[in-house]
Design a protein around this ligand. Structure first.
Ligand SMILES: Nc1ncnc2c1ncn2[C@@H]1O[C@H](COP(=O)(O)OP(=O)(O)O)[C@@H](O)[C@H]1O
Ligand SMILES: [Mg+2]
Length: 160
């Protein structure tokens, strides 16, 4: 048994972008309104790429701009909205309140790049996906970390 404060961890190798797409589809198939997916990792690690595959798997078609400057893009979907955040340019956690992040947490699915910018506002129930670079230019390594309710749910993410 894990101590209560420890997340459940899974390490996954993504040898190329197609495997990243399969992982994003697997996660997209599991989430429901109120879920928070935190996407960590350095610039170019694959956070936005993952978000685009996730959104496509949830039926978002067309243009998916990176929210680098807008900080958030909201996609209306039949089941619920999907809010895609890029908080790199957030100056203080409180600015996220002005973006409507509490509404997102209450009713929508939230994909959050640079989640550490939220500090204490980052929800305790969340799936964190940390992207790192791999052995080749097209390879990535990810660590899935299930916090709170996701400690149980992370096992349901199908291996890509
Ligand atoms: N296995 C992979 N998974 C995700 N992205 C990959 C992979 N291999 C190559 N890439 C490329 O790496 C880049 C990742 O960029 P991006 O998703 O914008 O990163 P971030 O949002 O983390 O800054 C894209 O150009 C993507 O095509
Ligand atoms: Mg990005």
């Amino acid at each position: 048994m894990l101590p209560p404060s420890e997340p459940a961890r899974r390490e996954i190798v993504l040898p190329d972008i197609h495997v990243t797409e399969r992982l994003a589809s697997a996660v997209a198939g599991l989430v429901r309104p109120g879920d928070v997916i935190a996407l960590r990792g350095d610039l170019g690690a694959g956070k936005t790429t993952f978000a685009r595959f996730f959104l496509a798997a949830r039926g978002v078609h067309g243009d998916v701009p990176s929210p680098t400057f807008t900080l958030v893009q909201v996609y209306a979907q039949p089941a619920c909205e999907i809010w895609h955040f890029d908080l790199y340019r957030l100056n203080a956690p409180a600015e996220a309140i002005e973006l409507g992040i509490e509404e997102a947490f209450a009713t929508a699915i939230s994909l959050i790049e640079w989640p550490d910018r939220l500090g204490p506002l980052l929800p305790p129930d969340r799936l964190t996906i940390a992207f790192g670079f791999g052995a080749t230019a097209d390879a990535r390594r990810v660590t899935l970390e299930g916090f709170g309710a996701w400690r149980e749910r992370v096992a349901a993410v199908a291996a890509p």
